[in-house]
Design a protein. Structure first.
Length: 593
């Protein structure tokens, strides 16, 4: 009886809200997105349910770290949007099919006694229509006795996407390239298990080779498969990249291979096994090595005010020129404590135990909310115990935004974050880091210049500033800007003043009425080389446009332009022309269905 009463109430509301004119058709599908927050900050990993009140089919998703969520496309109908998280009273909003796009803001109350009785009553009236896995989440959050439930079978869903790009240079001596990306995801039968697979392949041809489909001068392939159910997921990924160096003495080729297996449960528990192999990755040290590591994150305490967890990593690396096996174990403890709703304190300790000695580095940080939408953040880490720096140092490779695999001598961060939601946000973060082991930083972007990077030496101090800005102008136009500028130089006063400089910038704008997206990216790297050699510098600008063709299935036309300039480049891909300049015209299609 309660189910029919909830449906009747929603139907009456829908009848009052729908347009009176019959010539205004209902949208064929609904797009629902939004945010979930608590009293003071966004809530990550909150379960969000879209319940169709016609057939009581439930669609689920989870919020990201910033509290945002995006529902899969829903067929037209009346929906109850329910947000659930342990320790909070669920919140509900109603979505009516009066338009195609809906943005929902849900706020969860942490005090069950102060929750509105009508909201609790509405949850209980809908319980009989929810599948068992959703009921388990509701029971865990509300701590109420379980009631009987009747469920409908999940409807299998299938989604796929494909992208194909070709770049043609204006000079025959510049390499052309081709890129293909494919992704599919589906639900396994009538269960709640979902499986997805993605592949991305790139190939840069050698214009000096007369052989058709001969050996490329650079290529990359990425493949990943993920199996997911509720908050549990299994992921396998494999990456392989290679490129040629412009070394007149020999034809050296760099090869990088990585294989990952990852299991994750909930917001905290994670286990990862990683194999990494490289050959000639670092230009100055033409050696090969392979590494295998096992890492895990284990939450110990998780409440509304306090979180504490432990992370460990065990790795073994073999270098081709050495018979030794380099073994290292990392153990880190991290905690978060909300002293008051406006002040959150982070604390922890990072340690590394290896054959070269022990390293210990305490760290702390804080997030202070100046207003409801504005915060100041800061963190500090200082190594109080270090290993013997005269022993052999093994270079490592990290992505630009990844800091977990390196343990610097010290690192300080201060930043400012402001924004009322994910679509209107500004952040500025400054970082100073002193590295004590050689690192190759890879700058990743939409074009994946996988062969280019910045080599930071042991003893360098890295300083950078990162600024990001997002703004949505109603539902018609949105802009996203991110830029980073920094440098790395030796801290030794007796060393030569040879500074490494890098500047990155990305801009993306979307105009919804015409379904047009424009993306611009900029990369500038200046890298000193050996004694007596001129500095290496590369500068790249990419302009991409995606335009929907307004067909029954989502097909976009992709157009682009790439401008590149390189001086004294060690990579063959940049030195095929004496001028070191190239221009590429890019075209392709993207398909989603």
């Amino acid at each position: 009886m309660r189910r029919f009463r909830a449906l009747a109430v929603a139907a009456v509301i829908a009848g009052l809200a729908l347009p009176a004119r019959s010539e205004s058709p209902l949208p064929a599908a609904l797009k629902v997105l939004g945010t979930v927050s608590g009293a003071a900050h966004p809530l990550a990993n909150a379960l969000v349910i879209a319940l169709n009140l016609e057939d009581f089919n439930a669609t689920q998703t989870y919020t990201a770290h910033d509290g945002s969520f995006v529902m899969p496309t829903l067929r037209t109908g009346i929906y109850k949007i329910i947000a659930v998280k342990q320790g909070f009273v669920p919140a509900i909003a109603t979505v009516l099919p009066t338009r195609a796009d809906h943005k929902v803001t849900l706020r969860l109350d942490s005090d069950k006694k102060s929750a509105r009785k009508s909201a609790n009553q509405e949850i209980w009236e809908l319980r009989g229509s929810l599948p068992p896995d959703v009921l388990r989440e509701l029971d865990f959050a509300m701590a109420e006795p379980e009631v009987a439930a009747t469920t409908d079978e999940n409807i299998p869903r299938f989604r796929a996407e494909m992208l194909s790009l070709t770049g043609v240079a204006n000079q025959t001596a510049s390499p052309a390239f081709a890129q293909t990306a494919v992704g599919v995801s589906t639900r396994l039968g009538d269960s709640s298990w979902q499986v997805g697979a993605r592949a991305n392949m790139q190939r840069f041809e050698d214009p000096t080779d007369s052989v058709r489909f001969g050996p490329p001068i650079a290529e990359s392939a990425v493949m990943s498969v993920e199996l997911r159910k509720d908050t549990e997921s299994y992921r396998v990924a494999s990456t392989q990249s290679s490129w040629l160096y412009a070394d007149p003495s020999d034809e050296r080729q760099a090869d990088v291979r990585a294989h990952n297996f990852e299991w994750q449960s909930g917001a905290g528990s994670r286990v990862q096994v990683r194999y990494f192999e490289q050959d000639n990755l670092f230009r100055e040290t033409a050696d090969e090595s392979n590494l295998i590591e096992i890492a895990s994150d284990v939450p110990i305490v998780s409440t509304r005010r306090n979180e504490f967890g432990v992370t460990f990593r065990v790795a073994q690396e073999s270098v081709g020129t050495s018979e030794d096996r380099f073994r290292v174990a990392d153990v880190s403890a991290n905690g978060t404590l909300a002293l008051v709703p406006s002040l959150i304190v982070h604390y922890g300790m990072a340690s590394r135990i290896g054959m070269q000695g022990q390293e210990w580095a305490p760290r702390t940080g804080a997030e202070w909310k100046l207003t409801e939408n504005t915060s100041v953040i800061g963190s500090a880490m200082v190594k109080v115990l270090d290993r013997d720096t005269t022993t052999l140092l093994i270079p490592s490779i990290v992505f630009w935004s990844e800091d977990g695999r390196i343990l610097p001598k010290y690192a300080y961060t201060v930043g400012f974050v402001s924004g009322k939601d994910e679509s209107n946000r500004f952040s500025a973060v400054a970082t100073v880091t002193a590295v004590d082991a050689p690192v190759r930083m890879v700058f990743t972007d939409a074009e994946n210049q996988f062969w280019d990077g910045l080599e930071v030496d042991a003893g360098d101090v890295r300083r950078d500033v990162r600024v990001a800005y997002r703004k949505a102008f109603g539902k018609r136009f949105a802009i996203d800007v991110a830029t980073t500028a920094g440098s790395a130089a030796s801290s030794d006063p007796n060393a030569l003043a040879r500074e490494k400089v890098y500047v990155t910038g990305d801009l993306q704008s979307t105009f919804n009425p015409t379904r047009t997206t424009i993306a611009v990216s900029y990369r500038d790297i200046q890298q000193p080389r050996g004694e007596g050699e001129d500095d290496y510098r590369s500068e790249r600008i990419h302009v991409r446009m995606a335009q929907s063709l307004y067909l029954p299935i989502d097909i976009k036309l992709l157009l682009g332009l790439e401008l590149a300039r390189a001086e004294n480049s060690p990579y063959l891909i940049d030195t095929l022309t004496p001028e070191g300049r190239s221009k590429k015209y890019i075209g392709g299609l993207a398909l989603n269905f």
